[in-house]
Structure formats: C-alpha cells, structure tokens
Design a protein around this ligand. Structure first.
Ligand code: SAJ
Length: 426
C-alpha cells in the first residue's frame, strides 16, 4: 500500500518525532494536539520537548511545509494515535485520550484508510475500545479500513535513532491491516518489522516493560540484602554478571518515567488474580525511595529536621529532562516532609518548582551551605564531577550516592565520607 498523507494525533515524546520523521521522508503530515500552547509553539517551529536531534528535525519538517500543526485531524491516508495513557488513582489505565483521539478521527475516516494505535494500552484495547468507536463512521474495521496496534518502543534520550532502527511490531485486526502498517513504517524503519495480531502486539509492549520492571525490582532487593549483610552490591553484581546466563540490572533510587512505572499496572489491573509477581515488583520499586530516605536519616543521626541537604538530579533517569514519576522527586518530597531544608540542582531543567524546595540554578549554589550532598541521578556532568571541584564549593564532606556514579577511592582520598546505595559499612 502507498501512503502520501498522514495525520498524527498527539505530539508528545512519540508523536512529534514520528510526525517529523514522516515529513522528512517526503510525506504530507498533519500533526494534531489538543494543547493550543503546543500547537502554537510547533507552528513557530519550536519543539516543546527536549530530545537529542528533535529540535532540528521539527524545524526542518515545519519549515519545509510538510508538517502542518493544528488542533483537529484532517483527512489523510493513514492516522496514527500517539496520545498518552496514564493511570487513574487506582492504577487502572486512563484511556480517555485514546477514546477522544479515536472519536476525533470518525468524521474524517474514509474507505481504504489505515488507523494505527501506538499508545501503550491494556490487552484488547484495540478490539474492545477502538473498533467500536471507529465503526461509528459506518465503516467496518478490517473490511473498509485497516486497523493496527503498533507500540512505540523507543528509549527516551535515544528516540530519533531507535525510532528507525528498532524492530517494529505491527498487530493488525486482520492480516491486510498488519501488512498496510508494515508498508507505512517501512518508509523509514530499518529494523525488522514483525507482523502479528493486535492483542499480541499489545501484550508484547506490556511484557517488555514489565520484564524490565521486575528485573530492576530484584536488583533493588539485592541492594537491600547487601546493605544488611555488609556486601558491596556493585561488586557482587559485577561478579554475578560474569555468569553466561545472568544479567542483573542496576539498583537505584526507584523506577520512574511514564512507561515502566506505569505499564505493569495495566496487566495487574486487567487480571489481578493471576499477577502477584508483577504487582509485588511494582511495589518493591515504588518503595525504593523510602529506603534511600532511611539511609539519609541514619547518616544525619536519625533526625532530618532543619538539616540542609543538596540534591543533585531530579529527572527520572540520566541525561533526560523528564521529571514524570521520578523517584528523585519522591525522595525530595519525603525529605521536605521530614523537615529537611532541601536545595536541588537539576542540570537538564533549571526551571522546575517543587513545594518547600529551593531551586538552584548551579551546582555551586545548591551545595554552598549544605551538610550533605545527595546524588540521585547519574547525569553525565555528575559522573565527571571531581572531588577537588566539589571541595572548593562546599564545606560539606558527606555524600550519599544512590546511583553508583562516584568512584569511592578518589573521593575517600580527598577527605569525603562517601556512602553508597547497596554498600553500607557494618
Ligand atoms: N532503572 C534502574 N535500573 C536499571 C535500569 C533502569 O533503576 O538498571 C530505572 C531508571 O533510572 C528509570 C526507570 O528505571 O527510572 C526506567 O528507565 P529505562 O531506561 O529502563 O526505561 P524508559 O522508561 O526510559 O524506557 C522504557 C524502555 N523499555 C524497555 O527497555 C523494555 C523503552 O524501550 C520503551 O519504549 C519505553 O520504556 C516506553 O515508552 O514504554
């Protein structure tokens, strides 16, 4: 099947790079977002998301006239739904944006079109939620139009490269739908394109992120055991990983972002009676910030009231500016609740505000009068930090490293009392 025009609904972390990439391949693209601020800034060629390489891609796409941004869908050969699927208070999937996007396509849907859902969704969403909405057009899915579920699987920080290089799953409501989606993504995907049915594709996406969540949970539990038994978890993992069939991930302050900390709940909520392991792993990772705060409290003689703590890093993982579901934010909130005076330096975003927290624009300002430096994210500049450099901007010599970013020896030699997650000294 040949595609000349495409309409992408949702211009966030996935929709915007996808729309811009199609435009770069010569396609006529309508980018749709319900947020007028996003629409206006994109109309001026300004990307509202920080992702390496995205700014240039968006500028080119908008500048060439091949990407037109507006707040309503337009007729096209193919539609891609790439809106967020967060969770409700009870952790069940909030599909309201998917529903609204599908509804907005109904008036412009034509015979022979392809519709692709990319948003991470609970099993059977394509069949049970999207099909009935699109069929309000009077057209039948699989007969009059093609419908496919094709999850995004790109890693924040590497989105542009992974978008084309990763293997792509296309799960059709029938074979012809999967083949149509293969032809669409084949215009820029160099990785393998695997055809399957819609529900399998939905499961694949959720299984991948759940697999990673569970593996991080066990690494976090291992770090707790290591602290109890006087073992250095980083050394232990390094040795265990020399086994040919073992690959333990890294413990840390918890699991954040809008994917891995959310998606496993879609499986648990869809089938709570058969998912105890997935639910427990989620809880283990959600509790990890409490363990970090307990360590900090112990380092500060059991009482955090009035204690001055400089936090380095707030993003959910290294070298991104995304604070969504970040365990570092949770840790800062817990410290503030416990009465600590917290100043935070986030090199990727110096504009955030958190209640009761001092936003420091530079490292020097953050640590100037602190008693303890708390490193929560392994951003590149923190990994490169030298003891001599920190020693000149603070009188504090007490550090807690939650991400194993600092080499113990040089810091100890420089007179710092460096504590690390997963490595207590008993
Ligand atoms: N983390 C650890 N220890 C580790 C690895 C990660 O604590 O060893 C933490 C990170 O610090 C972060 C969280 O887990 O807080 C998630 O980070 P991540 O880099 O593992 O994953 P995301 O959320 O950035 O992206 C994931 C990816 N999924 C998989 O690797 C299976 C990506 O391919 C997906 O496209 C993305 O979720 C998504 O959108 O679903």
């Amino acid at each position: 099947m040949k595609f000349e025009s495409i309409c992408v609904l949702g211009l966030g972390y996935i929709g915007l790079p996808t729309a811009s990439t199609f435009a770069a391949r010569g396609m006529r693209v309508t980018g749709v977002d319900v947020n007028m601020e996003v629409v206006r800034s994109l109309q001026n060629g300004q990307a509202h998301i920080h992702e390496p390489g995205l700014r240039e891609l968006v500028q080119q796409a908008v500048g060439s006239g091949r990407l037109v941004v507006q707040d309503k869908p337009a007729e096209a050969d193919a539609f891609i739904i790439a809106v967020p699927t967060p969770f409700h208070e009870d952790k069940s999937a909030d599909l309201s944006a998917v529903v609204a996007a599908a509804e907005s396509i109904v008036p412009v849907l034509r015979r022979g079109n392809l519709v692709v859902l990319e948003s991470t969704s609970p099993p059977r969403t394509t069949l049970d939620v999207v099909v009935p909405i699109l069929e309000r057009s009077g057209l039948k899915a699989g007969q009059d139009f093609h419908l496919t579920y094709s999850p995004e699987r790109v890693l924040p920080g590497q989105i542009i490269r992974e978008l084309s290089q990763n293997a792509r799953v296309v799960g059709g409501v029938d074979r012809a739908s999967a083949e149509a989606a293969r032809d669409l993504y084949g215009t820029f995907v160099t990785g393998e394109i695997v055809l399957t049915d819609a529900t399998t594709a939905e499961m694949v996406k959720l299984m991948e992120n759940t697999y990673r969540d569970i593996n991080i949970a066990i690494a976090n539990e291992f770090s707790r055991l290591a602290e109890r038994f006087g073992v250095d978890i980083w050394e232990a993992i390094d040795i265990a990983n020399r086994h040919p069939r073992v690959k333990i991930l890294n413990p840390g302050p918890g699991v954040g972002g809008h994917c891995i900390s959310v998606d496993p709940w879609f499986l648990v909520k869809a089938a709570p009676d058969i998912t105890p392991l997935i639910e427990t792993a989620r809880r283990v990772n959600d509790d990890q910030p409490l363990f970090v705060v307990d360590r900090i409290r112990a380092m500060m003689d059991g009482d955090l009231r009035g204690r001055r703590i400089a936090v380095l890093g707030l993003a959910f993982k290294p070298d991104v500016d995304d604070l969504r579901e970040s365990p570092a934010v949770k840790i800062v909130e817990l410290l503030v609740q416990a009465g600590a005076q917290v100043s935070v330096f986030e090199p990727m975003d110096d504009d955030f505000t958190l209640p009761g927290v001092r936003t420091a624009k530079t490292l020097a300002v953050a640590v100037a009068d602190c008693e303890l430096v708390l490193l929560l994210v392994g951003h590149a500049p923190f990994r490169k930090l030298l003891p001599g450099e920190l020693a000149t901007i603070t009188t504090s010599r007490l550090i807690f490293d939650a991400v194993n970013a600092l080499e113990p020896q040089p810091w100890a030699h420089a007179g710092f009392d460096l504590h690390r997650l997963g490595a207590s000294r008993i």
